[in-house]
Design a protein. Sequence first.
Length: 331
Amino acid sequence: MNVAAFLRRHRVAVLLSLLLLAPMLVASSHVPARSEAGVGMHAGYRVQDLDWVDTTRGRAVPVKLFWPDAARTGKVPLVVFSHGIGSARDGYTYLGHYWAKHGIASIHVQHVGSDRALWQGNPFGLVSRFQQAASDIEAVARVRDQRFALDQVLAGEWGANVDRARIVAAGHSYGANTTLMAAGARVVRDGKTIDLHDPRFSAAIVISAPPFYGDDDFRPILAGISIPTLHVTTDDDIIRIPGFGSGVEDRLKVFDAIGGAHKVLAVYRHGTHNVFTDHRYFDSREVSEQVKQATESLSLAFIDTTFGGPAGELAQWQSGHRALLTRYDAR
């Protein structure tokens, strides 16, 4: 049974489940746990909210830009980050702050068709809103949001200071799916291949990657991805929304199926699916901080290593986080 059929048949049960989950998902998606100094200047970088509109599609594309001072004197790497369902551009600011402090720019894209507005309005319309947000149409629109945001950065005042050989796609949950599509995943729907590969991305970071619902074998979808990828998950990384549920085994299937000359997997012992967002809801403070700090430094080591940094940096990260890991795989 496909997702749409499941939702139609179990409409009441799904609605009740989503109503119970909604406050948790809203909180975990976009309320900062760490103090956010707001838009403006920070030590070594600045943060700016930009409310763009893609006029060709008539679609708003709000973004949050983290811009390091290092760009004043040279070219910097750029990460284009995509949020999970029900979140927004300010749902993963801890990563943006961390990267900016280390001389990496990032732009966090808000996808208006699957952002925090999903949880607002008549609760009896929640199922249909969720179904639409998870549709193939929105999945494609999200990749185009990502592409548009990258176009804007490169064509704007920042473009001259972006190292175009070091542009990284990244995302969590639904955003990981968006990232995989931009990295070269090819999905067949109704006999037609959806190919949204953006060759400007030289690496990808996928956190809590969900499965491609409706497909059992991910290899035909992911084998064509040729860029280096970092995969991050936990033993307790479970999506519990009816019709879209999946566990860590799906994250591992994505890792195993993906192509590319270099791929890295880190599986933490603790942490729920939402531990990677700014807010701490399901996890203890200790677990939340451990996982976030480990993910920050792992992403930095991956980016550095991918683009010619010290060869032993990832191995050093693994050694320093051995107690937190149940699995680490670098190929």
